[in-house]
Design a protein around this ligand. Structure first.
Ligand code: ADE
Length: 437
């Protein structure tokens, strides 16, 4: 293992506990912009300890929650809320570049929280940290990409067998877990938090739409206006990335394999073509496919000198990095933080951002705080749902989030903004129930 430090008074493994003051300030900032998570935490604590409560205790008391998440300040706020709700919290990173060392330093100063993570972990370190979180024997897991759940199954099958349930944060994780369930390999039920509207619409579309450009602009200090942006994949993330690119003054080309999504891209005003054609036209490439090889050798061979290559999908497989390296004479040159210059044998320069990892978390702070407030409010409700036995007996399945939980988060968000809903009158309710001619 490379440099690092044991956490203060815990068995945490982080880089430098001395960074805690900076991390505490970051957490303080996001906490004041995450009212929905705060309202849910307060309600759950009030419910359990309030008058007439049978238990009078924290709803997660006695439960260990292990989380494999992007360890930045908003995530820290979720982990603190789970701890306040009584959980024993263990966390590891879900991407080697998204862990913020000052944030995890602040976290391990808190009772009831252990962390195994540091920024820039090597692949071995990353997997070792995920394994350390798995080895603690969680009752409930929260995953972002399914690395913790797959590690539990592969390396700690006895511990996997005693997990009550999980909650998955991202599309890639849901796809992996659905494949696991299809193969009969999943040992416990997992809530697909990703798939619920209050997550997908706001986090995937508006969250990625803003944070991806935040990352690209921060690390390059270049203009988006006037450029041709190629967006690979027109799911919720791709739609957000394309929409914000237009807002920043770019022309957008969408590359898509699904005919319905391709039609939507056309109707949204974007050009649609295969990557083989888009490769020659683009100045900036952003991958959001959730699949490998969206940009591969045959495309890299055509991309123009000076182009930027960024990935906004969960894993660093969307731009084929082996193909990129094979085009070049020598190793890449780091020309700015999070910008690596690859010089091809033909003399073209291609700039890979954030090492091809999630650019919004490698080169910026992830999604806007208000957006993660919604996602993490859903995660807190998902954990409560599991803790109160709602998934018990379901076995190894990927389970939809109950619509009532989605609606609760939507209502709390509106309440936090002071926005009121229109209400149906009794006559309108009758009208909607009537079917007779
Ligand atoms: N911050 C914490 N988790 C995140 C995620 N999955 N995407 C973007 N920003 C985040």
């Amino acid at each position: 293992m490379s440099e690092g430090a044991e956490g203060a008074g815990t068995d945490s493994v982080i880089r430098d506990p001395g960074l805690a003051p900076g991390g505490l300030l970051k957490i303080e900032w996001v906490k004041s912009h995450m009212p929905v998570l705060a309202a849910i935490t307060a309600e759950l604590l009030g419910f359990c300890a309030g008058p007439g409560s049978a238990s009078g205790r924290q709803p997660l008391a006695g439960l260990r929650v292990a989380a494999c998440l992007h360890l930045e300040a908003k995530t820290a706020n979720l982990l603190l809320s789970l701890r306040d709700l009584g959980a024993d919290v263990v966390a590891c990173g879900s991407n080697p570049l998204s862990t913020q060392d000052d944030v995890v330093a602040a976290l391990i100063g808190e009772p009831g929280i252990r962390v195994y993570a540091w920024h820039g972990a090597t692949p071995d370190e990353y997997h070792r940290f995920v394994g350390m979180a798995a080895a603690t024997g969680p009752d409930i897991v929260i995953d972002d990409g399914a690395d913790l759940i797959t590690t539990l199954h592969a390396d700690y099958p006895d511990l996997a067998a005693r997990v009550r349930g999980g909650a998955e944060e991202t599309t890639t994780g849901v796809i992996r877990l659905t494949a696991m369930a299809g193969d009969g390999a999943l040992r416990f039920p997992v809530l697909a938090v990703n798939d619920t509207p209050m997550k997908r619409i706001f986090d995937n579309k508006y969250g990625t739409g803003q944070s991806c450009w935040d990352g690209i602009m921060r690390c390059t200090n270049l203009s988006v206006a006037g450029k041709t942006v190629v967006v690979a994949g027109y799911g919720f993330c791709g739609r957000g990335v394309a929409m914000r690119a237009v807002g920043l003054g770019a022309r957008v080309i969408v590359v898509e394999v699904d005919p319905v999504a391709a039609n939507e891209a056309l109707m949204d005003g974007h050009a649609v073509m295969p990557m083989s054609a888009a490769a020659e036209a683009g100045d900036v490439f952003v991958t959001t496919t959730g699949c490998c090889d969206a940009v591969r050798g045959e495309h890299l061979a055509r991309i123009r000198d000076g182009a930027l290559l960024a990935n906004a999908g969960h894993f660093n497989v969307e731009i084929n990095l082996a193909h990129l390296a094979a085009l070049c004479k020598g190793p890449p040159r780091r020309v700015r933080a999070n910008v690596d210059e690859y010089r091809t044998r033909a003399g073209r320069r291609l700039y890979l951002l954030g090492e091809g990892r999630l650019v919004n978390l490698a080169a910026a702070d992830g999604h806007p705080t208000e957006v993660m407030d919604l996602s993490f409010a859903l995660q807190a409700l998902a954990v409560l749902h599991i803790a109160t036995g709602q998934l018990d007996g379901l076995g190894g399945r990927v389970v939809r989030m109950p619509a009532a939980l989605d609606r609760k988060v939507a209502e709390l968000r509106l309440a936090s903004l002071g926005v009121e809903l229109e209400r149906l009158t009794p006559a309108q309710q009758d009208y909607l129930r009537a079917w007779q001619v």
